[in-house]
Ligand binder design. Sequence first.
Ligand code: ARG
Length: 458
Amino acid sequence: MLWGGRFAKSMDEQARRFNDSIAFDRRLYAADIQGSIAYAHALLRAGLLTVEECDQIVAGLEQVRAELAAGVFVFHPEDEDIHTAVERRLTELVGQVAGKLHTGRSRNDQVSTDLRLYLLEALDALRQSLVALQEAIIGKAKACLDVIMPGYTHLRPAQPVLFSHWLMSFFWKFQRDRERLADVAQRTAVLPLGAGALAGNPFGIDRQALAAELGLAAIAENSMDAVSDRDYVVEFLSWAALLQIHLSNLAEDLILWSSREFGFVELDDAYCTGSSLMPQKKNPDTLELTRGKSGRVVGNLVGALMMCKGLPSGYNKDLQEDKEAVFDTIDTLSLELPLAAGVISTLQVHAERMAAALDEGMLATDLADYLVGKGVPFRQSHHLVGQAVKRAEELGVRLHELGLAEYQAIHPAFAEDLYAVFDYHRAVERRNVLGGTAPAAVRLQIARAKALLEEEGC
Ligand code: ARG
């Protein structure tokens, strides 16, 4: 135990279990030991450890790390948290000199240092998974450049778009998620160590050197802020929540489009399950879970915010609640991202089903644009085409089947060439603006996306 001198009796058993965090914070062991090795070096530089003592402590910590990594570390019931467990084992290995390691340090500055180091590593892994997903999107988008699908607004057919255009829309969402990730990482890479319990280290610890050894870009400027700040946790969780929503949106589109009624895409068997009752079923469970896990990922964010609300200044034990939220969110995203990449890269695209779902009504805007070409103001042409749609409905024909006389009765600017509007390829090709759905624009978009990844050295 790291404390107890002033106590007359031991803790209530339930209170002890309630207080313990070892069940989950053992995940921080590598970061904890990394931080402790750097701290031993700082104590050496400050003249609080001899070279020999420092070597003993560092060698001992390395052995503790090896035992934990190999899964042979034996936890004791009194190991309240990972910091206690590591120091207890270090004492067993190197004796009383271990007691010098915590000089001037508190678990308050220690735990936040650990969590920041841990989070930075996790962020880097998530960044790589995001890049892999973006690459899967680009790969599929390039392979499907000739596929036209109905684009929707309000989940009603709106205008034809390239399937690749839809796919690439997610590339940019994930690109922004990656930009935000870099921002979160920057504010996470700040050193709390040296803050002590709250007032700062009294032993002349060189915090700049500590930060440099731990690869952190900055040091916390205020010791009270350093031990109580969990902004970086909230930032990470809110970053994650937004990424999770993007994954959920992607999943929802694919669930819908892989349904029998749409049939636009077929999910690979590898990402689906069957029904225990209905032999014909092929369920998109991977995507449904990706959508469903939004509850926990967003919940983790809300939980962390609630944990912070109402805290008085300084460290409070409430803050122990930060870790499970972080771990759960990391675990969830670490599973979802590679699965999303797998679903995309194995997706079968049914161009003919998408083509069959197009209808001439989706070219009504193009017909209005046609009138604009004849000098009719758009507001008016929109109204006139609306009348044509109504007339076609009355006669029970489709928009392209409505006779020229009917069109001309609506407005004399309609001429025989109006029927050339009813061409889906032409409709997408017309939208050759930067960011538009024309094949040339989408090709350019893909090239820009690839260049972005290359520039970043992905
Ligand atoms: N398990 C604690 C946490 O996660 C470590 C810090 C404990 N600090 C203390 N003063 N009791 O926050």
